[in-house]
Design a protein around this ligand. Structure first.
Ligand SMILES: C[S@@+](CC[C@H](N)C(=O)[O-])C[C@H]1O[C@@H](n2cnc3c(N)ncnc32)[C@H](O)[C@@H]1O
Length: 226
């Protein structure tokens, strides 16, 4: 499969790292929390698969915190992977770059990570299939750490969360109309499930333990142990 972040977010890959911090409240805090948990749960020499790695921000933090770990960065967008390749060049053979889909057979790994990538899956049955694909590539005790957006199914709570998210965009320079126009544009490709739907999908994919590591506004960090 192919995918273009430039077409979806209207952001050039070279400008993506700045843009994502504007688009997603608490982006760095979520990554930090995810990396700390990962480092605490898996072997320091683990092989880690970054699903929808984009420009490689999550992998870079993992590599810095776990200097003996190796990483495969998987992404469908070659332009994003090219940015990641430049960013992680100093890692040499510790980092591999793979163009492909997270629905393809996945390389073996002790841990899988994803940030703001799995919301590209629209349908809950597809999400279960994806989580099953990830579960199948992990050994027992292996972990998935997923940093993503979740939204409540209760309309009033979803609206409240969107209001806070829009306020973040306005604080970063959008008008309110521009903020809501972004939500509409992103909805062409992105689908945010509720925490409950995510946890159910992980459980039905066969993960033994699941938990919410961090949550604030729409930002959510989920853990699943195989
Ligand atoms: C919003 S970016 C997130 C990038 C990065 N993980 C981060 O935190 O900045 C989403 C990434 O997922 C990738 N992507 C979307 N659908 C995909 C799929 N089916 N298989 C692999 N990558 C996919 C996109 O190409 C994009 O690079």
């Amino acid at each position: 499969m192919s995918h273009s972040v430039q077409a979806h977010l209207d952001v050039a890959p070279a400008a993506y790292d700045v843009a994502i911090r504007k688009f997603i409240p608490h982006y760095e805090e979520m990554l930090s929390r995810a990396v700390e948990t990962l480092a605490g749960l898996v072997s320091p020499k683990a092989h880690i698969l970054d699903l929808g790695a984009g420009t490689g921000a999550f992998s870079q933090e993992v590599a810095a915190r776990m200097p003996e770990a190796s990483l495969t960065l998987l992404d469908a967008d070659p332009a994003m992977l090219e940015q990641a390749r430049g960013r992680l060049a100093s890692l040499g053979g510790r980092a591999k770059f793979l163009r492909g889909s997270f629905f393809d057979p996945l390389p073996a790994c002790e841990a899988a990570i994803a940030s703001l990538a799995l919301h590209h899956v629209h349908d809950l049955s597809e999400k279960r299939r994806l989580y099953g694909n990830i579960r199948a590539t992990l050994p027992t005790g292996g972990v998935l750490v997923n940093v993503d957006i979740t939204l409540a199914t209760a309309p009033a709570l979803e609206k409240l969360t969107r209001t806070g998210w829009a306020a973040h965009l306005v604080a970063c320079g959008d008008t309110e109309a521009e903020a809501y126009a972004r939500f509409d544009a992103w909805a062409q490709e992105d689908r945010y499930f509720s925490v409950t739907e995510e946890l159910d999908a992980l459980q039905s994919a066969g993960f033994a333990h699941i938990d919410v590591l961090w949550r604030r506004g729409p930002g959510t960090v989920l853990l699943a142990v195989a």
